[in-house]
Design a protein around this ligand. Structure first.
Ligand SMILES: C[S@@+](CC[C@H](N)C(=O)[O-])C[C@H]1O[C@@H](n2cnc3c(N)ncnc32)[C@H](O)[C@@H]1O
Length: 274
């Protein structure tokens, strides 16, 4: 079976750069536990756990319906191949002339008419400025296009979800289902505070209260929690620890990875586990 070092399709916030630390830390956890990936995103953490511990039960909470995007890879490849042909004279990463943009939009519309579905996230990663996402036809049409279309087809990755139990639930409901059970490890990778969540189904409602609500889950026995220094959440919790002896991360181990955005700026991703 293929070993996945990143998710098959673009996904903002996938824990690609953390896999090395995550795999290393997993060695301290049970090989037959139930791992509940409450904020599953692309499913990369779930996939990694199942590959390392085949006897574990792994629940992948696919809140964004990533599995639908995976199932549509053949159709998405068909659309990208048409776009690639339309852009054969436009250099890689260059701005797409308006004439070509309109032809692409026409193709995307007829693709939607044919399949009643378009993977807008993959399309955004292929046509929009890095980090920009459109989640509807209207939004896509408003954007400037760049030729960022990959040169080859996306691998269909038909085994990516193999052995995972896929659910689609609000994390609180899923947590309630498992919180009383024994031998459970919760994976907690919520949308980050101060980070663009436009490409997520939840876009718009993640306020400070929602981030703090997630901390309730840390009262469980075993967890992995992911955040970044952009949110200052760990610092806030340390302050609560110092002042009120109430740091929800007390007793956890911390690992960090520094990611560079460009030559002059970077940010630190943080993983805490217990
Ligand atoms: C940082 S991403 C997770 C990334 C994932 N660990 C990966 O490696 O791909 C956060 C995810 O939480 C999802 N989410 C937002 N609100 C949620 C909720 N109420 N319940 C469950 N998931 C939610 C987002 O849509 C997004 O997929």
């Amino acid at each position: 079976m293929k070993k996945y070092t990143c998710a098959p399709l673009p996904f903002q916030g996938q824990k690609r750069t953390f896999l090395k630390h995550f795999k290393e830390a997993l060695k301290d956890f049970s090989n037959d536990a139930t791992y509940v990936d409450l904020f599953g995103g692309s499913g990369l953490l779930s996939r990694t756990v199942k590959d390392i511990y085949p006897n574990a039960t792994v629940i992948y909470n696919d809140y964004d319906n990533y599995s639908k995007r995976l199932a549509a890879i053949p159709q998405t490849n068909e659309l990208l191949s048409l776009i690639r042909k339309l852009l054969h004279k436009v250099p890689n990463k260059s701005r797409v002339p308006l004439f070509d943009k309109y032809r692409i939009v026409k193709e995307v519309k007829s693709h939607f008419d044919k399949y009643n579905y378009v993977d807008f996230i993959t399309l955004s990663a292929s046509l929009l400025f890095s980090g920009k996402y459109a989640t509807s036809m209207e939004q896509l049409e408003k954007e400037t296009f760049y030729n960022r279309v990959r040169k080859s087809d996306i691998d269909c990755s038909s085994d990516y979800l193999e052995g995972l139990s896929v659910v689609h639930l609000d994390y609180k409901k899923l947590y309630d289902q498992y919180k009383q059970q024994s031998n459970i490890v919760f994976l907690l990778d919520p949308p980050y505070l101060s980070t663009d969540t436009k490409s997520y189904s939840s876009n718009g409602y993640w306020r400070l209260k929602d981030y703090l609500d997630v901390l309730e889950v840390l009262s469980c026995d075993k967890y992995f929690y992911f955040t970044s220094n952009k949110s200052n959440l760990v610092e806030l919790c340390e302050w609560f620890g110092d002042k009120f002896n109430a740091n929800p991360f007390k007793g956890s181990t911390q690992k960090t990875v520094t990611n560079s955005v460009n030559k002059s700026s970077n940010y630190v991703d943080i993983m805490l586990y217990k």
